[in-house]
Design a protein around this ligand. Structure first.
Ligand code: TMP
Length: 230
C-alpha cells in the first residue's frame, strides 16, 4: 500500500505543533504506522537551512525574498528525497508541519509571483500533492501573541511583535491560506484554531480520519472490552 501525506498549515501560533503531537498520539494508540516531520528542518541538512532562515544574522543582513524562497525549496527537495517519499513508499501516514502552501502563503505575501511558485513546485514536487491539508485558521493578532517573537528573522518579525506591519503581513498570509482552501476545497480542510486544544483536536480528527479509513488504515478505537477479554 502507498502511504498518505497529510500537511498542517497555518499562521504562527495557530497550534500546528500541538495538534500534530495530539494526532500522533491518537494514531499511536490505534497502532497506525506514521511519521511526524516538519519544514523547514525535517532532515539533518534541512536543520542547517532552518537555522540560516530563522536566526537573525549578527550583521543585521536579511535574505532577499528570492534567496529565502530558494532556501525553503532546497529544504523541501531534500526532505522529499530523504524522508517523505521513502516513508510514503513504505506505506506510512506522513504528517508534515508546514509544506508547499506555506511557501505560497508566506513568500507569496513577500511578493514572489505565482508563476515562480508554480515553477518551483513543479520542479521539486513533480506530481506529488498532499492527500489532505489541515488549515488551522486563526486571527493573526491571536496567533502572534501566542507565538511571541519566534522566527524573528522572517518578514513580519523585523519589528516588535505588536508592530502593525507584522500584523498586516500575517493578515495577508492568512488570506492566502484561505484562498488556497477556497481554490482546492477537496484537498484543504479548514479547522478553526481559536478554541480549546481538545476542541481543535476533535476538528482535526474529523478532517483526517475519513481519509485514513478510506486509505485502508485501522482508525477505530480499540474497545476496552476487546483488550481485556481473555
Ligand atoms: P515554524 O516551523 O515555527 O512554524 O516556523 C517556520 C517559519 O518559516 C514560519 O514563520 C513560516 C516560515 N515559512 C515560510 O515562510 N515558507 C515556507 O515555505 C515554510 C515551510 C515556512
Amino acid at each position: 500500500m502507498r502511504g498518505v501525506l497529510v500537511t498542517f498549515e497555518g499562521i504562527e501560533g495557530s497550534g500546528k505543533s500541538t495538534q500534530l503531537l495530539r494526532l500522533s498520539e491518537r494514531l499511536r494508540r490505534r497502532g497506525v504506522d506514521h511519521l511526524v516531520t516538519k519544514e523547514p528542518g525535517g532532515t539533518a541538512l534541512g536543520a542547517e537551512i532552518r537555522r540560516l532562515l530563522l536566526t537573525r544574522h549578527a550583521s543585521g543582513e536579511i535574505w532577499a525574498p528570492e534567496a529565502e524562497l530558494l532556501l525553503f525549496y532546497a529544504d523541501r527537495a531534500q526532505h522529499l528525497k530523504a524522508v517523505i517519499r521513502p516513508a510514503l513508499d513504505a506505506g506510512q501516514v506522513v504528517l508534515v508541519d508546514r509544506f508547499e502552501d506555506s511557501t505560497r502563503a508566506y513568500q507569496g505575501a513577500s511578493g514572489i509571483p505565482e508563476d515562480a511558485l508554480n515553477h518551483l513546485r513543479d520542479l521539486v514536487l513533480q506530481r506529488l500533492r498532499p492527500h489532505l491539508t489541515v488549515l488551522l485558521d486563526l486571527e493573526p493578532e491571536q496567533g502572534l501573541t501566542r507565538a511571541g517573537t519566534r522566527n524573528e528573522a522572517l518578514p513580519g518579525f523585523q519589528e516588535t511583535r505588536f508592530d502593525e506591519a507584522a500584523v498586516d503581513f500575517h493578515r495577508r498570509v492568512r488570506q492566502r491560506f484561505l484562498q488556497i482552501a477556497k481554490d482546492e476545497p477537496q484537498r484543504v480542510s479548514i479547522v478553526p484554531a481559536k478554541e480549546d486544544p481538545a476542541v481543535v483536536e476533535a476538528g482535526v480528527w474529523r478532517a483526517v480520519s475519513p481519509l485514513l479509513r478510506s486509505s485502508g488504515f485501522e482508525v477505530e478505537k480499540k474497545s476496552r472490552a476487546s483488550k481485556t477479554s481473555l
